[in-house]
Design a protein around this ligand. Structure first.
Ligand SMILES: N[C@@H](CCC(=O)N[C@@H](CS)C(=O)NCC(=O)O)C(=O)O
Length: 167
């Protein structure tokens, strides 16, 4: 519709706009909360991680120096702001998942953010024991495990090839 990606073809329709796509998939696969307040917290946590992930996705459009700066800033922000928040959330409620002790799309989004940052700095979780356990737990959900196995559909971070293709 907007001549942009991402675009998902599913259920006989074409979905565009990142947040609308995620919202559709979350509703379809029961990854929202059990009530409005839980759903709000899930959306809030997921949006918080999405902002940082976009910094990685958009870094490819920058000059090499700007890209390096932007990625370093993202790793720093995750270590000092983002990951401490999620570590605290997990510590306070002591549950397996971020919201309502039930698997939601905020858990998927946080796992993806962790994996993205670990590709830049493998030791990024060293000060976050609960997030390390969280990562293992979510990784071990059979559908997630299958999705992440080597050679799977998970895409590598965008590189200069994506920019060449666009322009
Ligand atoms: N609001 C859109 C933004 C999508 C977007 O900016 N897509 C870029 C690639 S990252 C694009 O397709 N740009 C091509 C264009 O706008 O012509 C979303 O959240 O999905």
């Amino acid at each position: 519709l907007f001549s942009q990606v991402p675009l998902v073809e599913i259920d006989g329709i074409e979905l565009t706009q990142t947040r609308a796509i995620l919202s559709y998939l979350a509703a379809k696969y029961n990854l929202h909360g059990k009530d409005l307040k839980e759903t709000f917290r899930i959306d809030m946590y997921a949006d918080g991680t999405l902002d940082l992930m976009l910094m990685v996705a958009l870094a490819v459009f920058k000059t090499p120096e700007e890209k390096e700066k932007s990625l370093a800033l993202m790793v720093k922000k995750d270590k000092t702001q983002n990951f401490p928040i999620f570590e605290k959330i997990l510590k306070e409620h002591g549950e397996d998942f971020l919201v309502g002790n039930k698997f939601s799309w905020a858990d998927i989004q946080l796992l993806e953010a962790i994996l993205m940052v670990e590709e830049l700095d493998a030791s990024v979780l060293s000060d976050f024991p609960l997030l390390k356990e969280f990562k293992t737990r979510i990784n071990n959900i059979p559908t997630i495990k299958k999705f992440l196995h080597p050679g799977s559909h998970r895409k590598p971070p965008p590189d200069s090839h994506h920019v060449e293709y666009r322009f």
